[in-house]
Design a protein around this ligand. Structure first.
Ligand SMILES: Nc1ncnc2c1ncn2[C@@H]1O[C@H](COP(=O)(O)OP(=O)(O)OP(=O)(O)O)[C@@H](O)[C@H]1O
Ligand SMILES: [Mg+2]
Length: 407
């Protein structure tokens, strides 16, 4: 394949196996339309960066094919590289140079002549609003400014496609919103196709035309944010308990109810999961009496999910192992129910009759967090990366936070 067909990306069966055993990316296929913002949403180690590295020709696939702007990523890697920009997950700026010098260096790498470099640098600095700080050393920049400079650098050679790997990792909410605005402006005004990776559901929801949820190297969902959420059909009632060890007593009771579509047990680490109404109305309820039911480690979330989402679940919902493994450190049960508002009294009664004390009840419309839980059986915020990945991530976040006094 030689000349560019369209401004799209086509991926077919793309796979990367490291050291003959780690299937980092496992037979993924998808298409990105020109002008689209596609988000890769997934937890640590899901395979996001590995996918971007293959699409940007930095890594050779173990199997499968892909074209970027009509160019094959293996056969025509030079053409692919010329047509893309890449903002890496790990910071790669030279902090001992000024912003302008960093951009100039990149322009030289892309063989832009002196005049063109000057013109493009001016243009890009204006786009990311760094003109005023262009001649300061990068080590004096805030985390958000550094990220914007990296985006400017990724755009210097006028790519049609921009890869952004965790564009806002470790940045504070205000700076994150400012980066989002820049990304949206680039997409709308410059018609740049953007693939970004994130493990922030709110980022994917806010920015992306479509979201590809990736877990253990596999695509487990791909659709617009609204459609993904609409597929859950119902409300989420989220329960926390005073004594998490009592959860196994109520869990099976919920499963027997027809109007409860699904039951998910979640980790307490999930303290920023929802943006929704808190109803701490159950405080102090139902201690002591009516202890029935017993512990049932074999309970599973009864599924009445849309067929295609069910098919995409590689790990199901709660199985015996995940339930018993998580039970000790978990204390939240999420129930996907029809007509949640009206069902809360019945839910509270059920828990009460089981003699279990509730701490809080929260009702919300399905969010992308709930979609992630539904298709993977886990919370996206449950970290499961290796020790070294966590150390690396921590370092990036600290660097990003280091000087982020201005967006
Ligand atoms: N060069 C490598 N050699 C061996 N294993 C690797 C290599 N690069 C990545 N992996 C493994 O591949 C898997 C996917 O890693 P990847 O970096 O693509 O995940 P990610 O979704 O980008 O995660 P994060 O959110 O932490 O950035 C992980 O298990 C990781 O340890
Ligand atoms: Mg990554």
């Amino acid at each position: 394949m030689s000349s560019a067909k369209t401004d799209t990306i086509e991926v077919s069966g793309l796979t990367k196996v490291f050291n003959g055993k780690v299937r980092a990316v496992d037979t993924i296929s998808f298409i990105v339309k020109g002008g689209e913002i596609l988000g890769f949403l997934g937890p640590n180690g899901a395979g996001k960066t590995t996918t971007l590295n293959m699409l940007s020709t930095l890594l050779k696939p173990t199997s499968g094919t892909a074209t970027v702007n009509g160019h094959d990523i293996v056969e025509e890697s030079d053409a692919v590289r010329r047509s893309i920009g890449y903002v890496f997950q790990d910071p790669t700026l030279d902090i001992e140079l000024t912003g302008r010098e960093n951009l100039d260096f990149h322009g030289r790498l892309y063989n832009l002549n002196r005049n063109l470099r000057k013109q493009r640098i001016k243009e890009m600095l204006e786009i990311v609003q760094l003109t005023d700080r262009a001649d300061n050393l990068v080590k004096t920049y805030s985390g958000g400014m550094k990220r914007r400079l990296e985006i400017a650098r990724g755009l210097l050679h006028h790519p049609k496609v921009l890869f952004l790997d965790e564009p806002t990792l470790g940045l504070d909410p205000q700076t994150r919103h400012s980066i989002w605005e820049h990304i949206q402006r680039l997409n709308q005004e410059k018609k740049i196709t953007i693939i970004l990776t994130t493990h922030y559901t709110e980022e994917a929801d806010h920015l992306c035309d479509r979201i590809l949820i990736i877990d253990f190297g596999k695509i487990v969902a791909l659709d617009t944010p609204d459609k993904l959420k609409a597929q859950l059909e119902g409300d989420v009632v989220s329960l926390t308990f005073k004594a998490p060890e009592m959860i196994p007593k109520v869990h099976p009771l919920f499963e027997k109810k027809k109007w409860i579509r699904r039951v998910h047990l979640l980790s307490v680490d999930d303290n920023q999961a929802t943006t929704n109404r808190m109803m701490n109305m159950m405080h102090g309820m139902a201690a002591g009496s009516g202890m029935t039911g017993g512990i049932n480690h074999g309970s599973t979330g009864r599924s009445r999910m849309p067929k295609h989402l069910e098919k995409m679940q590689p790990h199901g919902s709660i199985n015996q192992n995940s339930f018993s493994n998580q039970a000790l450190g978990s204390k939240r049960l999420n129930l996907l129910v029809d007509d949640g508002g009206h069902r809360i009294p019945s839910i509270v009664k059920l828990v009460d009759e089981a003699g279990v004390a509730l701490e809080s009840v929260e009702l919300h419309k399905p969010t992308l967090d709930d979609v992630f839980i539904s298709v993977t059986g886990r919370n996206i915020r449950d970290q499961r990366g290796s020790f070294m990945e966590m150390v690396r991530r921590h370092r990036i976040m600290r660097q990003a936070r280091g000087r982020q006094t201005h967006g």
